[in-house]
Design a protein around this ligand. Structure first.
Ligand code: NOJ
Length: 744
């Protein structure tokens, strides 16, 4: 830059700064108003009540199947400052135009925040979160969230409504696909990893989006597994099993929290001061803003705790809800409520402050278009490294449930019959909540097999996912008879899991199970590949299949990832994050149950059991096979008695006793043998994933401290109690070896 240009730009800079100071001091990062708090105060002082309420209002755009549209009404809302954030609006082109209205046509030029449900990928789609949880791989979960953030942030977004950290013990609930399964410890670690992945090095970086922990609280425990239904549990149970993942996500720095639709102890979460104020803010120290779920303020009228929407808004605001998603309750009633003294100016200002603070942290006042870069968008979406990561994480998420006669891995020269309604499918592979993902970018299993197979492949659909049509069975049977091995790809449609998809029958839909039975009658090895969003009830499949791979919905790279597993270039290492029941009647069935006063005894009628079914699930939490085998030595500890602030080192030797290298998820469980309140029969307290070459032995060390043994005691304080503990180590929750320790 020559001298003349330098002088010119200095003059422009000064003029620019002067302009900023004159018109909007809050825009100036330097000078008198330095801190974000000061800038927020400066802006707040300029705002009218309606503009403040606008910041507390989030609307969806009308993004339809054919593309983005925005109703004139919403443009007017942005222009008048009646809405401070939008969701379902993405892509650089669309968000840039909306942002332009906000920063050029509104009085105070406050930029908008754009949010979206980026749950398991934005354009490159990763396995559904429940599937990814099966990888027990925190680095992988962080990486997929990071890539999702990179793509979303390149497409104009600032905010994802994820992670969903709701613990769920009931697979009838369709939303179980979006969480980490039944376990609190695994749920906590994944919650942290996902927040780290989304938020990266912090808000304001253009490769990060802010996380929104949802659905606070206990949304995963609706009665009967029916979505949106009442939640009823004791405070102790909530704090012990359901609260920790939310707390972990907040501790990891999640910027926002979403309230849930359900009630909790009789009060809807969206109006629940105990949850939002006492626990979330006072106990957990949450500093970000709280947004409702979709119209959940309005829905408090149906809950029957308020007479009308105006009262609902008051209940929500007084409970600590900062932003109203889509219901426009704050928009329509808060000014009136303020006039009547039902809400205070202080509460409104507090909510607005929390929201503005985040807009400043995102850096939107300096550059409202910093997330709108068309070149970045073009470069990042579905990039080669993103697809490679998706393939790798998809392989890690697969769980081998059964492998008789070493039917897997397949030989590339075998004569293959590939059968089933999901074999040549791409549209379902991205699963529910798949953001900007498209089935068109997915690799079907058939395509994945064809890319690697050398022998003949004969594909027959056989039947549909749903319905009673068996007309394809004969062709499927003939194809199976002519083949060396049969691969059957069955499961659910993506629309059968996700929000509002609770089911009472969670077996394989339609005639798929019958198709498998028919194929098994050929005597050929039948490899079943399952694609589904929840644990299914599949005793018949278990009986008829030679091998079973649980593949969930693996996303964009499904076919390539599954082919890697089926041919053995990737040895499966996934373990179930949720128990697979034998029957719906067993639900809830989960590993960390309490012992009861009459624990199961096969020799006594008067113990806790069913007379027509075992208590145990078909496949338990933590279960998953490999193409190799692992042998566990007896666990040892370096001391059996320990005190507070001391560590017990638990050691276990694990040997790969098979012929190929493989990874094992070594799990550590603990049972508190005597507590002032009943304790679970086992609780996961740690895990390590270890790669072992054939014949290799490694000794793993876990550290247990007093803080790992804490719980909500009889007097409701959180802490440990001295006494004996059973420490268990193994490769599944139902296959462990024990050692005793005691805490003084
Ligand atoms: C309702 C869902 O419960 C929530 O998870 C989602 O983020 C919002 N809709 C917005 O799409």
């Amino acid at each position: 830059m020559n001298l003349r240009n330098k002088a010119l730009s200095a003059t422009l800079l000064l003029l620019g700064l002067a302009g900023c100071i004159t018109f909007s001091a809050y825009k100036t990062p330097k000078g008198a108003e330095k801190t974000i708090d000061q800038r927020v105060d400066s802006l707040l002082a300029k705002m009218t009540l309606q503009e403040k309420i606008g910041q507390m209002t989030l609307y969806t755009t009308d993004w339809g199947a054919t593309g983005p549209t925005i109703r004139e009404g919403y443009t007017n809302d942005i222009r008048s400052g009646a809405c401070g954030a939008l969701f379902n609006s993405h892509t650089v082109e669309f968000t840039r135009e909306l942002q332009r209205v906000a920063v050029e046509e509104t009085r105070l030029k406050i930029p908008l925040i754009f949010g979206y449900d980026v749950i398991h990928g934005y354009k490159t789609i990763f396995p559904i979160p429940l599937g990814e949880a099966a990888a027990w791989d925190l680095a992988a979960a962080e990486q997929s969230a990071h890539i999702a953030a990179v793509e979303a942030a390149a497409s104009g977004l600032h905010w994802t409504f994820a992670p969903m950290v709701d613990i769920c013990r009931d697979p009838r609930w369709g939303r179980v696909m979006e969480g980490a399964g039944e376990d609190t410890y695994l749920g906590c670690r994944l919650a942290e990893a996902r927040v780290r992945g989304f938020q990266g090095k912090g808000l304001g970086n253009t490769d990060a989006v802010m996380a929104c922990v949802k659905h606070y609280a206990a949304y995963g425990a609706p009665m009967g597994g029916r979505d949106y239904n009442t939640v009823e549990m004791s405070d102790r149970y909530f704090r012990e099993f359901y609260l920790p993942p939310y707390a972990a996500a907040i501790k990891a720095g999640a910027a926002t929290v979403m309230t849930s639709f359900n009630d909790f102890d009789g009060v809807p979460a969206t109006g629940n001061k105990y949850l939002l104020n006492d626990i979330l803010r006072d106990e957990l120290g949450f500093k970000g803003f709280v947004v409702t779920d979709y119209t959940s303020i309005n829905e408090m009228t149906s809950h029957g705790v308020v007479a009308n929407e105006k009262e609902a808004g008051e209940l929500a605001l007084n409970a600590g809800v900062d932003m109203d998603m889509q219901g426009a309750v704050y928009q329509r009633f808060t000014a009136e409520s303020l006039k009547e003294g039902k809400v205070s100016q202080k509460e409104i200002d507090t909510a607005v402050r929390r929201i503005l603070r985040i807009k400043f942290e995102l850096g939107l006042f300096e550059d409202p278009y910093k997330f709108c870069n068309a070149a970045r968008e073009k470069r990042e979406l579905l990039s080669k490294p993103h697809r490679e990561a998706a393939r790798d994480i998809a392989r890690k998420s697969v769980v081998l449930l059964k492998n008789e006669r070493e039917a897997l891995p397949l030989s590339k020269d075998a004569k293959l019959a590939v059968i089933g309604p999901l074999a040549d499918n791409t549209s379902d592979l991205i699963g529910p909540w798949s953001a900007a993902g498209s089935g068109d970018d997915c690799v079907s299993l058939l395509a994945g097999l064809k890319a690697q197979h050398k022998g003949k492949i004969n594909y027959v659909k056989g039947c549909d996912v749903e319905g009673d049509d068996r007309s394809g069975f004969t062709a499927a049977f003939s194809a199976a008879q002519a083949a060396d091995v049969v691969v059957v790809v069955v499961g659910e449609r993506a629309t059968m899991s996700g929000e509002a998809t609770s089911k009472v029958d969670i077996g394989l839909p339609g005639v798929q199970s019958l198709l498998i039975e028919k194929l098994a009658a050929t005597g050929k090895p039948v490899i079943v590949v399952l694609m589904n969003g929840r644990p299914l009830v599949i005793p018949e499949v278990d009986k008829n299949a030679t091998a079973i791979l649980e593949a969930w919905w693996l996303g964009t790279e499904t076919g390539n990832a599954l082919a890697d597993v089926l041919y053995g270039s990737y040895n499966p290492s996934g373990k179930l994050p949720m128990s697979f029941p034998r029957s719906v009647g067993q639900i809830p069935v989960f590993y960390n149950e309490k012992s009861t006063g009459r624990p199961f005894d096969p020799n006594s009628k008067w113990t806790s059991k069913y007379i027509d079914s075992p208590n145990t699930p078909l496949y338990p939490f933590g279960y998953g096979l490999s193409f190799t085998t692992f042998q566990y030595g007896a666990p040892t500890v370096h001391k059996t008695r320990f005190r507070k602030r001391e560590i017990v080192k638990v050691q276990v030797a694990v040997t790969n006793t098979g012929k190929v290298a493989g990874e094992e998820v070594v799990q550590l469980y603990v049972r508190d043998l005597v507590g002032s309140v009943t304790r679970p029969v086992k609780e996961l307290k740690g895990f390590q994933k270890v790669m072992l070459q054939a014949g290799e032995t490694r000794t793993l060390v876990f550290e247990l401290g007093e803080e790992d043994l804490r719980f909500y005691r009889f007097d409701s304080t959180f802490g440990s109690e001295p006494g004996e503990f059973d420490v268990m180590v193994g490769g599944s929750s139902d296959e462990v070896q024990h050692i005793r320790i005691s805490l003084d």
